[in-house]
Design a protein around this ligand. Structure first.
Ligand SMILES: Cc1cc2nc3c(=O)[nH]c(=O)nc-3n(C[C@H](O)[C@H](O)[C@H](O)COP(=O)(O)O)c2cc1C
Length: 396
């Protein structure tokens, strides 16, 4: 979604300016054309040469420089940008933007653009918490600017608190969300489940499966990038939640059931990418079970099949990860659970299934028709599945 887009990246006088190089690099690798704009102060922290070398494009600092295209059309970058991101945004630049000043290339472009504007503050905690900065940021939010962060942590001053520029991944996520806000999932609430449920045996052991949660996270990201409001019910909370996605951490099937039923209230689609345990230990020991001389056997009881409890006009999509009789088992699951679509996943196929970065799915619809999707990255496979969900909204 960044490929072929013009993104304006404003860099200002913060100690975090060096991180703009990483963002510029990642955006360039994703195929975007980056117009870097720098304030004079920013050039004291990082050289324009670095950013020019990374992006392979001119860097704009002086709007009156007769050697640049700005001399002819000072708002050209504002006009061609699909999004403007100011990262890092200094307290001074934030104050300028709040007052509509346009005395430098960064603030001029922000003022002149009609594209979404993202502001990533980075400064010392005291500067961030100062009333003036807070009021300026509130004014920017009020005008529809997207303020990302700052993160909390160790600051350049040696103190700890809010003021750190958020991670590049977060900036990329925020950009993609902004670019996709009018996509075909705009105004839709989507619930995605991810990971393998864990059913405890005692306080230190559990029964689970190899699900990594990657497919669910890819689905959450892809739905966000198409404009959806996404809730991710996940057992793998150690993985960073995609920016803009609401994360509900769960462990057991019972917890997942409760979280999914609550999140599905008023939602338009539920996509069950989690690997949900069919059985759980019939008993859970309150203390760690100690090793003894005897063999042990484990009694299991069935878990709740909560998909059937999700009511209303919501579109339901399941996954069937199988080692045998893939399509047959997937079709049976689609029917038994009243799904609109099911993604059949051959766990024995190379590059497919748990833990991999890629997946090969076959999408089966309610009529039993099969669409074979080739081996793709999980994000691309997720989009192929969402391509099939979008038309169901119109019908439903
Ligand atoms: C070493 C050093 C580090 C600084 N780091 C920051 C910072 O992280 N955030 C910030 O808002 N200002 C920081 N400043 C102050 C800004 O550079 C200064 O306010 C400048 O006028 C910002 O201008 P600009 O917004 O036009 O880039 C720093 C100054 C120095 C000397």
């Amino acid at each position: 979604m960044l490929n072929g887009r013009f993104i304006a990246l404003g860099v200002t006088g913060s100690i975090a300016a060096y991180k703009a190089a990483d963002l510029a690099s990642k955006l360039t690798q994703a195929g975007a054309s980056i117009d870097v704009l720098m304030t004079e102060s920013a050039t004291r922290f990082i050289t324009p040469l670095t950013l020019r070398s990374i992006t392979g494009r001119p860097v704009f600092i002086d709007m009156f420089d007769p050697g640049t295209e700005m001399a002819e059309e000072h708002v050209e970058i504002a006009r061609r940008a699909s999004a403007v991101i100011v990262a890092p945004a200094s307290a001074t630049t934030i104050a300028r933007l709040a007052h509509g000043l346009a005395g430098d290339m960064v603030s001029l472009t922000v003022l002149a653009t009609e594209a979404p504007v993202l502001i990533a503050p980075a400064m010392d905690g005291q500067m961030f918490e100062d009333e003036a900065t807070q009021a300026n940021l509130a004014a920017l939010r009020e005008r529809g600017y997207i303020v990302i962060g700052p993160a909390e942590g160790r600051l350049a001053s040696g103190r700890t608190g809010p003021g750190r520029l958020v991670e590049t991944e977060t900036l990329l996520g925020a950009l993609k969300q902004a670019l996709g806000r009018d996509g075909d999932f705009s105004g839709r609430r989507v619930v995605v489940t991810a990971g393998g449920t864990r059913e405890p045996l005692d306080p230190v052991r559990f029964i689970s499966n190899y699900s990594s949660g990657k497919m669910g996270y890819a689905l959450a990201e892809a739905a966000r990038d198409r404009g959806a409001d996404v809730t991710l019910v996940s057992t793998v909370t150690a993985r960073p939640c995609p920016y803009g996605v609401r994360l509900v951490g769960v462990e057991t099937v019972a917890e997942m059931r409760e979280a999914v039923l609550a999140a599905c209230d008023g939602a338009h689609a539920l996509i069950m990418a989690a690997a949900v345990s069919d059985y759980r230990p019939a008993e859970r020991a309150g203390r760690k079970v100690k090793k003894g001389p005897q063999e042990k056997s484990l009694a299991l009881e069935k878990t709740d099949d909560f998909l059937l409890e999700v009511k209303g006009s919501i579109i339901k999509v399941g996954f069937a990860a199988e080692t045998d009789n893939l399509l047959e088992n997937a079709r049976a699951k689609l029917k038994a659970k009243g799904l609109h679509l099911i993604a059949a996943n051959d766990l024995t196929a190379p590059g497919s299934g748990f833990g991999t970065e890629t997946n090969q799915i076959s999408i089966i619809d309610a009529a039993g028709e099969v669409e074979e999707v080739p081996l793709l990255s999980k994000y691309d496979a997720a989009n192929r599945l969402l391509d099939r969900v979008a038309p169901l909204f119109e019908k439903g």
